[in-house]
Design a protein around this ligand. Structure first.
Ligand code: PHE
Length: 337
């Protein structure tokens, strides 16, 4: 009886469509299910004598194991057939990039910083992050700002010791760069700067970008051209620029850079106090005294430098009324960008 059932199973198995999971399951139920043929044999054991029972039981168990194994094997085959079928029908291109998840929004200052780097890197400028802590030499002295110079007052600083301070501008990075690199030089310095300053448009910590170009025959005209292009990149093709005479100890001549008011396109409004212009930074031709301080021949080389605040640009561009919004980490504010 047992060997007959075994043969029957084997012949049925050979006729089963192994690419069809349902047929394999049908075969399993027919032999091993609650009312299956092998299960029936086990149930019938009660009618046997005490001597017959263990012998018969052993044989049925062996059969059961054999059938189970064969069906398990058939199931695996059926599953892999099914997978192959799915893959050939779906024709999924696994080399395509996945769908990105949205984790939030990038900070407006970060976006502007990336744009600035993009613009100047494309024009061949090196990018230098400098350092947050500078000595008196790098922050002031080498920049032609001696101890008794009144322009230090405007940058009343956070001192860490007699000689070390949180930098008040990124200009010190120029000095480091000129000490370590010979002309021709084209670089921008980016980073946080610190001043004792706090009102709606000034914060004790903000970000600056500084630029420096040094070579033979560098002129103020090149400075104007570079910054006019840059203003258009930041505020659109129609942005106009104006250079207003000013003073910085490290540039001569010096100018404030104004851009046509982003609120009224230069017609004059309350935001620009009726002038049609908004100040975005300072600039000028490098003062020969600065070159002397870093060992660059000021007879041979000339240069220009400029510096502006990223926070100011972000505020103008997005019409942000309070500078503190940029660092207060308010989700409702940040999600708008
Ligand atoms: N360092 C100046 C400031 O922080 C800006 C500046 C940079 C001006 C370079 C001229 C040249 O106000």
């Amino acid at each position: 009886m047992i060997s007959e059932l075994k043969e029957q199973f084997q012949s049925e198995l050979s006729q089963t469509n192994l690419s069809d999971e349902a047929s394999v399951e049908g075969l399993r139920l027919k032999y091993l299910g609650k009312k299956g043929l092998v299960t029936d044999l086990l149930k019938g054991m009660g009618a046997l004598s005490a001597e017959e029972r263990p012998v018969f039981g052993k044989q049925v168990n062996e059969l059961k194991e054999e059938v189970s194994e064969a069906i398990e094997h058939a199931k695996e085959k059926a599953a892999s057939f099914a997978m192959e079928k799915k893959l050939s029908v779906g024709k999924m291109d696994i080399s395509l990039p996945g769908e990105g998840y949205k984790h939030g929004s990038t900070h407006p200052l970060y976006n502007i910083r990336e744009e600035i780097i993009d613009f100047f890197a494309n024009m061949g400028f090196h990018v230098d992050l400098g350092r947050d802590i500078e000595t008196d030499w790098y922050n002031f002295e080498a920049l032609n700002t001696p101890k008794d110079h009144p322009s230090r007052d405007m940058q009343d600083t956070f001192y860490l010791s007699q000689n070390a301070m949180l930098r008040t501008h990124t200009s010190g990075t120029q000095i480091h760069y000129m000490e370590n690199n010979k002309p021709p030089i084209k670089m921008i310095a980016l980073g946080h700067v610190f001043r004792v300053d706090a009102d709606a448009t000034h914060a004790p910590m903000f970000q600056q970008c500084e630029g420096l170009v040094v070579d033979e025959n560098i002129t103020f005209a090149q400075l104007k051209g570079t910054l006019a292009l840059f203003a258009q990149k930041l505020f659109g093709e129609n942005a106009k620029t104006r250079f207003r005479p000013s003073f910085f100890p490290f540039t001569e001549p010096s100018a404030e850079l104004d851009v046509s008011c982003v609120f009224c396109s230069g017609n004059g409004c309350r935001k620009c106090k009726g002038t049609g212009w908004m100040e975005i930074g300072g600039c000028g031709s490098v003062d020969p005294a600065v070159f002397e301080n870093v060992g660059i021949d000021s007879e041979k080389y000339t240069g220009f430098a400029f510096g502006f605040g990223l926070d100011r640009i972000a505020m103008l561009r997005h019409h942000i009324p309070e500078i503190s919004l940029l660092t207060s980490n308010d989700q409702r504010f940040l999600e708008q960008f």
